[in-house]
Design a protein around this ligand. Structure first.
Ligand SMILES: Nc1ncnc2c1ncn2[C@@H]1O[C@H](COP(=O)(O)OP(=O)(O)OP(=O)(O)O)[C@@H](O)[C@H]1O
Length: 330
């Protein structure tokens, strides 16, 4: 189990991390998500023992994690930290890089382990290629495979899929998580990409300016969220007053409303005005003017200036999502 108790850290005078506490059980995946500069990498470095906490304590299976003031080599033997500079040997082959952390005995076993990992990161055909001849995304995948060669108990990943194209990204995420679960590896993933963690993390820690905004399951954070900062990490969203959605209510309280929770229907007289519209693959994304507000919506077909439209909310959906009691609203 990884446990942080009220950890504070500062590079200079101001705290970069304030009062961070959480626990992760063995084999669980924690996603750390937040805007650039919120302290994700700093938190990974503290967990790895590369930095000294100013206050608070960190434990791995009840043993204190010490920083550089107390030990020469960062981290514990069973920890692996994959940073954003992959730390590979450029002039040696992919296979040699992956087996480097393994003992020199049992060469055949090592090669078979490396091939198993090459399959996880979809680089089977590159085993004899020198690392310097790989693309940035391929090198990132080698770094992941190398970190897993000697199964770590705790794996720390910093933006692990940032260089990888969309085609491989989804496949890699799925294969990697399956592998981590099969080997019971505890994992902390720092990212600003919701798709790295929403489908896979057991819990998400949301950071803002070094402070914890939320710690919960991805489903609860997405569905029960009323915080616009969190919603912004998940994509475009709207922030309506309850009375805008249910005119019979006089509630000023605001709800996060995702574009898919709004419907645009044809009308006799126009109630909205299309300001901007983009094709985004599965649907068209638009910014519209509705009453005094700009609203993000998505539609399966483009909105045309010749037609009149109105906006309706998927009210039952919102009511259920927020556990709202309509009688109490009005
Ligand atoms: N070595 C350092 N010395 C001083 N300040 C630093 C140092 N490293 C990071 N910082 C500052 O600490 C804050 C947190 O940085 P950190 O790299 O942890 O954020 P992050 O959430 O990982 O950002 P990103 O998503 O852009 O990688 C930032 O304001 C950054 O400028």
């Amino acid at each position: 189990m990884l446990e942080l108790n009220s950890v504070y850290f500062s590079y200079d005078k101001d705290f970069t991390l304030h009062d961070i506490s959480f626990r992760i059980n063995s084999g669980e995946i924690l996603g750390i998500i937040g805007q650039s500069g919120c302290g994700k990498t700093t938190l990974l470095k503290l967990i790895f023992g590369k930095l000294d906490a100013n206050q608070g304590e960190l434990f791995w299976h009840n043993e204190k994690i010490l920083g550089p003031s107390y030990q020469l080599i960062a981290g514990k033997e069973d920890f692996k930290y994959v940073t954003q500079d992959y730390e590979l040997m450029p002039y040696t082959s992919v296979l040699e890089n992956i087996i480097k952390p393994l003992s020199r005995q049992h060469l055949e076993q090592n090669i078979s382990r490396a091939r198993e990992l090459l399959e996880v990161v979809s680089l089977e055909e590159f085993e004899n290629t020198k690392v310097k001849n790989l693309s940035g995304g391929q090198q990132q995948r080698v770094a992941l495979a190398k970190a897993l060669a000697k199964t770590p108990q705790l794996l720390l990943l910093d933006e692990p899929f940032s260089q990888i194209d969309r085609y491989f990204k989804n496949k890699l995420r799925r294969k990697l998580v399956k592998f981590l679960k099969s080997e019971n590896v505890t994992c902390v993933i720092a990212t600003h990409d919701k798709d790295d963690v929403l489908p896979f993390a057991d819990n998400l820690l949301v950071l803002k300016q070094g402070k914890t905004v939320a710690l919960d399951t991805p489903l609860k954070l997405y569905q029960r969220n009323k915080n616009p900062y969190i919603a912004g990490l998940f994509g475009d969203f709207n922030f309506f007053k309850i009375k805008d959605i249910w005119p019979q209510s006089n509630k000023e309280e605001r709800l996060v409303v995702y574009p898919y929770e709004i419907e645009i229907k044809e009308a006799k007289t126009p109630e909205i005005q299309v300001i901007e519209q983009y094709f985004s693959g599965q649907f068209f994304k638009s910014i519209i003017q509705w009453k005094s507000q700009r609203v993000f919506v998505q539609t399966p077909i483009p909105l045309t200036p010749k037609k009149a439209y109105k906006l309706t909310f998927k009210k039952e959906h919102l009511q259920k999502r927020y556990n709202l009691n309509l009688e109490k609203i009005s």
